[in-house]
Design a binder for this molecule. Structure first.
Ligand code: KIV
Ligand code: ZN
Length: 507
């Protein structure tokens, strides 16, 4: 059996320190409920002395969590912080006070303006005071990532002797390299007496984009608790992201001698929830929970994934609540992807028809960034309409604008295969195009209805035009046309209605 790694979520404390991500108590409770569903081990609910809102959040989350998770409150190594945290945790079934002090030379001399002996004294006093309220006391050695190895051993030894149950070794500034950070954790494990009886935790920031790697290096070298946040939210560049670290442990559990009890199926839901509450967008290419995390765009990758998912995917998207792998249809997609998508939509075509559609698809994909299902349906319908048409639209060119007279030049292919080109002007570009088509077909019809709708989202969406015409005998005919250019859609729709009328007259 591999070691159980405790997942300590600090979305509500360090995550909330992200500029612009502050949350009120009700919002924190919604996230806390989700954290409980995810089965995290510890919820850091806030920094009670910092504001009445944080105090209230710690209280309410303590009541909510019951025995299901440890609820933790942050303090500085300052008496009033610790008393306030103890008060906020009054109703917690599993309370933890998280106290600590800076341990690097920069923090001791430049920030706190004390000396190392005083830092050790304050640390020990803080742990002893916290211990007088709760059994579970976690000590953080702030800026441990830049501290002197032997001073770190000294202060951690002192707090372990004072009764700390968890010692948290943060890389507060995200400065370390993973192997060096791992060596630091190992050095502590080898040199602090009694450390085997306490939990060593890692809390890593992402200033060099290595927060997840740092946390894993810590686990490899002896850490048994990882502090992390949903979406990697946190001060500056953020913290270790929970979804990344949990999935990495799941994937490499044997090598790391580690497992967690977190329910990964909640990850996408939790990510969206935190993003919508904090207003912090998740980048599309974010590991595990980004919109593109399971989306395949290149033809080579799509072909591989369609043959066997794990050719290009190491995680089953269903395992993190992301549904299915996505095949994104773009100009780089191949026949295999188009065929697969069409089959999903219920269409089956022989190879010749598929080749034809593929060509039309590429033309469309060159104009649009992404081809959606609705575009494909429209494309298929358009091909069907064109295949049966007596008259086919070969070219349509418009010139219009201020102070030009809208003019359309149209080339149709007639039932004998002859190309007929005409030119007409009208009150607008659509009117000019319809008049030019009328000039070739030479039938008197009334246009009784005309509407345009967008087939999909975005400025590059296909526009679908529907027209209704009435012939001299009162017969009504509907026509449809779709194209990225709505004047072309209009011409196609009008011609489609006329073709239907001509077919009907023939019959
Ligand atoms: O980054 C850090 O050092 C912290 C501590 C308060 C744990 O957030
Ligand atoms: Zn932090």
């Amino acid at each position: 059996m591999t070691r159980k790694i405790d997942i300590f979520d600090t979305t509500l404390r360090d995550g909330e320190q992200s500029p612009g991500a502050s949350m009120n108590t009700d919002e924190k409770l919604v996230i806390a409920r989700e954290l409980l569903r995810m089965n995290v081990d510890v919820i850091e609910a806030g920094f009670p002395v910092s504001s009445p809102g944080d105090f209230e959040s710690v209280r309410r989350i303590s009541e909510l969590a019951g025995y299901d998770a440890t609820v933790c409150a942050l303090t500085r190594a300052v008496d009033k912080d610790i008393v306030c945290a103890a008060d906020a945790l009054e109703f917690a079934k599993r309370p933890r006070i998280h106290t600590g002090i800076g341990v690097s030379k920069s923090h001791i001399y430049d920030k706190l303006r004390i000396d190392e002996d005083t830092a050790v004294e304050r640390a020990v006093h803080a742990v002893e005071l916290a211990k007088s309220y709760v059994d579970d006391v976690q000590f953080y050695a702030e800026d441990a990532g830049r501290s002197d190895y032997d001073f770190l051993v000294r202060i951690i030894q002192a707090v372990v002797d004072a009764g700390a149950t968890v010692v948290n070794i943060p890389d507060t500034t995200g400065y370390s390299l993973p192997d060096e950070f791992g060596r630091r954790i190992k050095y502590l494990c080898d040199n602090v007496k009694g450390i085997e009886d306490v939990t060593v935790a890692v809390h890593c920031h992402n200033d060099l984009g290595m927060a997840t790697a740092l946390a894993l290096a810590g686990v490899r070298c002896g850490a048994r608790q990882i502090e992390c946040t949903i979406n990697g939210l946190g001060e500056r560049a953020g913290n270790t992201s929970m979804e990344e670290v949990v999935m990495a442990i799941r994937m490499h559990g044997e090598e790391l001698d580690a497992h967690t009890d977190v329910n990964a199926k909640e990850f996408v839901k939790a990510s969206r929830l935190v993003s919508s509450i904090t207003g912090m967008m998740v980048q599309a290419n974010k590991a595990i929970v980004g919109a593109n995390a399971f989306a395949h765009s290149s033809g080579i990758h799509q072909d591989g994934v369609l043959k066997k998912r794990d050719t290009y995917e190491i995680i089953d998207p269903a395992d993190v609540g992301a549904g299915q792998s996505q095949i994104v249809l773009t100009a780089r997609s191949g026949h295999a992807a188009l065929k697969h998508r069409l089959e999903d939509l219920g269409y089956e075509f022989d190879d010749a028809k598929l080749d034809e559609l593929y060509e039309a698809f590429l033309n469309l994909a060159d104009k649009k960034k992404e081809v959606y299902d609705e575009d494909l349906e429209s494309l298929v319908n358009e091909r069907d309409r064109e295949a049966d048409a007596l008259y086919k639209l070969d070219r349509l060119q418009i010139s219009c604008g201020f102070p030009l007279k809208p003019t359309a030049t149209v080339t149709l292919v007639d039932p004998e295969g002859e190309h007929v080109t005409v030119c007409e002007w009208g009150t607008g570009p659509v009117d000019a195009a319809f008049k030019a088509i009328d000039k070739v077909i030479r039938r008197n019809v009334d246009l009784t209805e005309y509407s345009v709708t967008s087939v999909t989202r975005g400025i590059d969406a296909l526009g679908e035009v529907t027209v209704r015409i009435k012939d001299e005998e009162g017969g009504m005919y509907i026509g449809r046309g779709a194209d990225g250019d709505i004047i072309v859609s209009s011409g196609k729709a009008y011609l489609n209605a006329l073709n239907r009328m001509l077919e009907d007259n023939k019959r």
